[in-house]
Design a protein around this ligand. Structure first.
Ligand SMILES: Nc1ncnc2c1ncn2[C@@H]1O[C@H](COP(=O)(O)OP(=O)(O)OP(=O)(O)O)[C@@H](O)[C@H]1O
Ligand SMILES: [Mg+2]
Length: 253
């Protein structure tokens, strides 16, 4: 019998194949919860699509997916087209995949190995075709789930999201150290819910060897316009997101 470590999960090979037509896989990360990963990931994807790029968005928060809510995309009872895999539908100009197509708004009571398996499965079955950018929304924390996502994708570059709060910054620094072991290259840092650039966040970007992609002001209209991404892009937060998208596209041509 072969030792277990030598038997590679065939899904890992499948994931590599599925991502072959994607120029850049960009994971949006923050170890701290609630700082705006989903908002930044979703709106940056929509902004890049409006710039004319081929864009995909994958919600990898498998136990608590919510990118579809920002997109205003009703997932109840809607299974995407299957043809030798899953073809993600176009939503707001973006190819959009989420486990919520299968779980709806019910909880997905996944634990341990099941979480890892769901992450691998969804990555192995999704057919992205040719894309310029595949944006990955990730769950909070820097434990099993994030490790599984980054080691399964293998080639994800990352954008970190932080608020200027000291708690978020400490958490972000930990994540930078963790990613440095070869998990992912941090290309940019976004300062969210902040009305002006903060020196501490600019320093964090420098430490990470990344570009400071700008500050996104706290904009109460974001919650009022939930589900209408095109309109969110016209708010102050949306205008800042468009700048983030431009800088990101310039960094990852
Ligand atoms: N710049 C902003 N202005 C106003 N509201 C914002 C802004 N950024 C995010 N929000 C809102 O803050 C809340 C948290 O954002 P979001 O869900 O994107 O965070 P998250 O980091 O993905 O959270 P989690 O860690 O739970 O996945 C959401 O209601 C979102 O709409
Ligand atoms: Mg989120």
């Amino acid at each position: 019998m072969m030792p277990e470590a030598l038997i590679e999960d065939p899904r890992l090979v499948a994931v590599g194949e599925r991502l072959r037509g994607v120029r850049h896989v960009v994971a949006v990360l923050s170890s701290k919860g609630g700082v705006g990963k989903t908002f930044v990931a979703t709106m940056t994807a929509v902004a890049l699509a409006r710039m004319g790029y081929g864009v995909g968005l994958m919600d990898m928060d498998v136990t608590n997916p919510n990118a579809h809510i920002l997109l205003g995309h009703d997932v109840e009872g809607k299974l995407p087209e299957e043809e030798k895999g899953i073809v993600p539908p176009l939503v707001a100009g973006v190819r959009f995949m989420t486990i919520a197509y299968y779980t709806g708004e019910n909880p997905a009571p996944l634990r341990g190995e099941d979480v890892a398996s769901a992450i691998r499965e969804v990555l192995a079955i999704t057919r992205w075709g040719h894309l310029d950018y595949l944006i990955i929304d990730t769950p909070p924390g820097m434990g099993d789930e994030l490790m599984e996502i980054l080691t399964t994708i293998r080639r994800a570059e990352s954008v970190m999201v932080t608020t200027p709060s000291p708690l978020s910054l400490v958490s972000a620094r930990r994540l930078v150290k963790l990613l440095r072991v070869g998990l992912s290259r941090v290309v940019g840092v976004v300062e969210n819910m902040s009305n002006h650039p903060n020196e501490q966040v600019i320093d964090l970007a420098k430490e990470a060897g990344a570009e400071y992609l700008g500050n996104i002001p706290y904009t109460p209209a974001v919650d009022e316009l939930v589900g209408r991404p095109e309109q969110v892009l016209e708010t102050p937060a949306g205008e800042a997101i468009k700048e983030v998208a431009k800088k990101l596209a310039a960094l990852l041509p």
